[in-house]
Design a protein around this ligand. Structure first.
Ligand code: NAD
Length: 507
């Protein structure tokens, strides 16, 4: 992933993004014409309050975002071979790395979820560890009857939907993978992250232009809604749909009649048995479960520990940044961080509408500090994660809570741990983690849970290349089976045949 453009060029891109955003902001005349208003972000006071038609990929109408992306993809395929694509991707990587702090702050200020430090790491990971064109491989068959190659060709224009939990990280990750495969992409982002996403789209378009690429390879609608998403789904110009989010989104995209890649929710269980290195297990669990305040879909969400190992695990967790809630404190957290599901709606990590509770959006992605303040505990900056001992049926075990509150369930046998873990995962087949030195135990759990990511003796983050081998993704397609998505996922297989050595011998 070598950089192909200079630091000076990158500075120019950044200046140019800010100037663009400011000029759009400051021009009253433009504002009068522009149909979409965006509130300024507080940390600079300079971010776009207005988006006019088609400024660097951000469009007021979904129809126009689609049309521009469609034309851009045709030009891209006409003008750019693999090397050219790679130059464009390098430019996007550098721009994203250079702006990682700014992007992290923007997302944090707009969504109020997670923390800036971990978001900086996520942006860097997406920018540098998302594979580019190198992952595309042509397959060849040769023999007496000639030569056949199978190429990985682009789909064309892709419609992508992004979550509020990794908004700009998913845009960077998806854009790199989709462009590497020769596609263009139109985003319908989560409405609560639209300002930071607009910033990322402008940044990416500037980077593409700086590398000589076409305008509007990556576009979005400034004010996304379920209606704009339907326009995206229905457009004949959009050939593939990619959705990262909860089960409702995946279900909607799968009903489209188009090729759809669905990256849905998880509720990752962790099993710790009595052969595990308990100190290492405790540290790894805390690292994964507290990262970005437990927002990640792969993050440890509930622990099943053998009774004989439980005290040791909890001891080491308490020594490594966890704080144990007592019964009264746990009840208080349930009062303020959960809501009764009075309307019997399906929400969260499963479409089951019989759940007694939902998580309160107000508390998703908040810090352990904020929970402690609400509980009247003197905040302690060394505490990253709250833990509690509960039974299997507890809502914190069953819900994908996305809060730094990790429930621990004691079990008597490995069989019971596996049974509980499989049930708590709700068939999402997303991510599971196990700490054990017994290979048979690891295999037994892996076979029973069948998740897309299975991490052994490390934090869940290792499953997306953060402290583990392998490339990264922000779109883990469990329901539709593509797994850790990359440029390869966004291609169509095309067979090209040269039969009989390419000519026919007559006579
Ligand atoms: P969400 O499902 O509420 O929203 C995701 C996107 O889908 C948003 O753009 C939203 O506007 C849209 N959307 C929501 N409900 C929809 C529906 N019924 N029909 C059509 N579109 C809909 O999710 P979120 O709160 O933004 O993100 C958190 C969820 O996403 C968690 O469940 C998490 O596990 C999951 N997630 C999965 C992955 C993965 O790679 N598998 C990655 C990140 C997040």
């Amino acid at each position: 992933m070598n950089a192909q453009i200079s630091d000076q060029d990158i500075q120019k891109i950044i200046q140019s993004v800010l100037q663009n955003v400011e000029s759009v902001l400051n021009s009253d005349a433009k504002a009068a014409q522009a149909p979409v208003k965006m509130k300024p972000a507080s940390h600079t006071g300079q971010i776009a309050s207005t988006v006019s038609q088609g400024e660097n990929g951000v469009f007021a109408r979904m129809e126009d975002a689609i049309e521009a992306g469609y034309s851009a993809q045709l030009a891209y395929m006409r003008q750019f071979e693999l090397k050219g694509r790679e130059r464009i991707i390098s430019s996007i990587r550098q721009a994203a790395v250079n702006e990682k702090e700014q992007l992290a702050r923007l997302v944090y200020e707009e969504t109020g979820l997670g923390n800036v430090e971990d978001k900086i790491s996520k942006h860097e990971l997406a920018a540098l560890q998302t594979p580019g064109t190198e992952i595309l491989k042509t397959e060849a068959f040769s023999g007496d009857d000639g030569l056949t190659i199978v190429e990985e060709a682009p789909f064309g224009l892709i419609g992508a939907v992004t979550p509020v939990t990794n908004p700009t990280e998913t845009i960077i990750n998806n854009s790199i993978g989709m462009l590497a495969a020769g596609n263009a992409v139109v985003f319908n982002v989560h409405p609560s992250s639209k300002k930071s996403c607009a910033y990322a789209i402008i940044l990416i378009n500037k980077a593409i232009k700086a590398a000589g690429g076409p305008e509007n390879l990556v576009t979005m609608v400034a004010n996304p809604s379920l209606e704009t998403m339907q326009t995206l789904i229905d457009s004949p110009k959009v050939r593939m749909l990619v959705g990262t989010g909860g089960p409702g989104l995946v279900k909607t995209l799968l009903k489209s009649g188009k090729k759809a890649v669905g990256a849905g929710a998880g509720n990752p269980p962790v099993i710790v048995d009595n052969t595990a290195d308990l100190e290492h297990a405790a540290q790894s669990i805390i690292t994964g479960a507290s990262f970005d305040n437990n927002l990640l879909c792969i993050a440890e969400k509930e622990v099943f520990v053998l009774d004989s190992a439980a005290d040791g695990l909890i001891f080491h967790m308490l020594n490594n940044g966890a704080c144990m809630l007592d019964q009264h404190q746990l009840e208080r957290v349930m009062e303020f961080a959960l809501e009764a599901n009075e309307k019997q709606e399906s929400r969260g990590c499963s479409l089951d509408n019989k759940r007694e509770y939902h998580v309160s959006k107000k508390w998703v992605g908040r810090s352990a500090d904020q929970f402690m303040k609400e509980l009247g505990i003197i905040p302690d900056s060394t505490v990253k994660l709250l833990i509690c001992e509960v039974d299997f049926d507890h809502p914190f075990v069953q819900l994908e809570q996305m809060m730094p509150v990790l429930p621990i369930v004691r079990v008597n046998t490995l069989e019971e741990a596996i049974d509980f873990a499989v049930k708590a995962e709700h068939g999402n087949r997303h991510t599971a983690i196990m700490h054990s030195k017994n290979v048979d135990h690891l295999t037994q759990f892996a076979k029973a849970i069948e998740t897309t990511i299975f991490v052994k003796n490390a934090s869940s983050l290792a499953g997306v290349g953060f402290g583990g081998e392998g490339f990264t993704t922000m779109t883990i397609a469990g329901p539709t089976g593509e797994g850790i998505t990359s440029a390869k996922t966004f291609t169509r297989q095309r067979r090209c045949v040269l039969a009989e050595g390419g000519f026919r011998i007559i006579g």
